[in-house]
Design a protein around this ligand. Structure first.
Ligand code: 4AD
Ligand code: MG
Length: 462
């Protein structure tokens, strides 16, 4: 008989038919007459109750059916008399695929802390919480591709290994095949990178944007969706060393078009999750964050505030609030400032624009005031910055001026400057931190809990 996934069983409830189900045992209880097994196969947060009539099965047969073991059951699906479930399976056959020794299985008991589960990240996908988070993460990835596909954007794959650090977005992880203990050296004693794999120093990318601009100025509108790497030593609940980013880039867009797209995009993703992940969101709301569903609906229903950095700083200065980091015009805003604007002052998401040029990347379009650039950060409740982007400087001479001002080596930049030398167009784009979106949608509070295998300083075990 063909196996049916539990998600399918709960969706269709084919009462009074024979079913074949496979999964992992979440728990077993009962007495000498009847045994109840809660089975989960990862396709849904819901467990299927499997009932073993002990007149048909022996204790010996059920001995290996312990928490964490994997089994195959066939039987009749019936309406359940008990509370907590609408249907159950009356088992007629049992096969044990794999045992899980109760003496050593780390998830033997329920209710482990998220901290404990981080130490067993290889097994935590088997918990309800991580099942829910990972299913939501997957649904969001699908929503992202659907959104851009429906808008006629092309999915562009940008390189993970790069020879340039033009973005300046953060410290990079070096990629080399040289013997680090004994690298070849030039006559003056420096490491001889001409002997390295690519014949020059290379690193993992911090962003696909610069290559994304090459795509956008050819295909019109593209998006990237891939891993990015930042070697900063920031141990915060919102930073990973390896995170996924979605970077749309659009020719013929100005900053207003860019803001509209960002708002529509993020609302689409949240609505998609509300519609398609209702069970998982309900589980997370029940166990972690009762306000989660309302917060998600509020953001979808709200118009994001649009405010300049200068106006934002004024509000912060006049707030009378004591911040850990001082605010003044020119300061890089910290998440406490961002969250004050969003959570206390406006009580809805804020798009902050026109930042001082000195705290933003070289490629952002310079405003006529000569002091600010057409940057936009989307700030979210509980998260702070979820999106960073800008209109790009399309003028060759102004861009070159910024490159020189910021001492960016020209030898790394010639290919990027060619977009402005040949058929330059106004264009804009942004980057959404995927894990920050998953954090928001799941209500989790630590970014390590929304990626299957987190990479953070001193942590790359699993
Ligand atoms: O603001 P960032 O650094 O912008 C860029 O990389 C641009 N190239 C984007 C673009 O215009 N195409 O990063 C974009 C977003 C941030 O808003 C944040 O959500 C996320 O990426 N992010 C991180 N997420 C997790 N861990 C980190 N260390 C992150 N750094 C940035
Ligand atoms: Mg940023």
């Amino acid at each position: 008989m063909k196996r049916t996934k539990l998600s399918q069983i709960f969706a269709t409830e084919p009462i009074d038919t024979e079913v074949s189900v496979m999964g992992w045992v979440r728990s077993r209880r009962g007495n000498k007459y009847v045994q109840f097994v809660a089975l989960n196969d990862g396709s849904t947060i819901r467990n299927l109750q499997v009932v073993f009539d002990m007149q048909q099965f022996t204790d010996e047969q059920l001995r290996a059916v312990t928490t964490g073991s994997s089994i195959h059951v066939t039987g009749r699906l019936v309406a359940s008399q008990g509370k907590g479930q609408t249907v159950e399976v009356q088992a007629s056959s049992l096969e044990v695929f794999g045992t899980a020794d109760p003496a050593s299985y780390p998830l033997q008991k329920k209710g482990h802390s998220l901290e404990f589960l981080r130490d067993i990240a290889h097994l935590r996908p088997r918990t309800n919480t991580f099942g829910a988070v990972l299913r939501i993460r997957s649904a969001l990835a699908f929503a992202i591709h659907s959104f851009f596909n429906a808008k006629g954007f092309y999915y562009l794959n940008t390189p993970l290994i790069t020879a340039s650090d033009c973005e300046g977005a953060g410290a990079m992880f070096q990629v080399t095949t040289l013997d680090v203990a004994n690298p070849p050296r030039t006559e003056d004693g420096a490491v001889d990178y001409s002997a390295d794999f690519f014949g020059k120093p290379t690193a993992l990318t911090v962003s696909g944007q610069l290559e994304g601009e090459l795509g956008a100025t050819a295909l019109g509108a593209i998006y990237t969706f891939g891993p990015t790497f930042r070697a900063e030593n920031s141990n915060t609940p919102r930073h990973l060393s390896e995170f996924w980013m979605i970077e749309p880039e659009m020719a013929f867009y100005d900053i207003t078009d860019n803001m509209e797209l960002a708002e529509e995009f993020i609302k689409f993703c949240i609505s998609y999750a509300l519609e398609h992940c209702a069970d998982d969101i309900a589980f997370l709301a029940e166990h972690y964050d009762a306000e989660l569903p309302q917060r998600l609906r509020d953001v979808v229903a709200s118009d994001f505030v649009r405010l300049t950095y200068t106006e934002g700083v004024k509000i912060l200065e006049e707030s009378g609030k004591k911040f850990e980091f001082p605010v003044f015009w020119g300061a890089d805003l910290q998440s406490e400032h961002e969250r004050y604007l969003v959570e206390e002052h406006f009580r809805r998401p804020v798009i902050l624009t026109d930042y001082p040029k000195d705290i933003k990347a070289f490629y952002m379009k310079l405003n006529d005031d000569g002091k600010t650039v057409r940057a936009m950060d989307v700030l979210f409740p509980k998260i702070g910055e979820i999106i960073g982007g800008s209109e790009r400087e399309a003028d060759y001479d102004k861009l070159l001026g910024r490159i020189n001002e910021m001492n960016i080596p020209m030898k790394d930049m010639w290919w990027y400057l060619d977009t402005r030398r040949y058929g330059s167009v106004p264009h804009a784009g942004f980057g959404l931190g995927f894990e920050r979106l998953v954090l928001f949608v799941t209500g989790m509070t630590n970014i390590r809990d929304v990626i299957p295998f987190p990479r953070t300083p001193k942590n790359a075990e699993f």
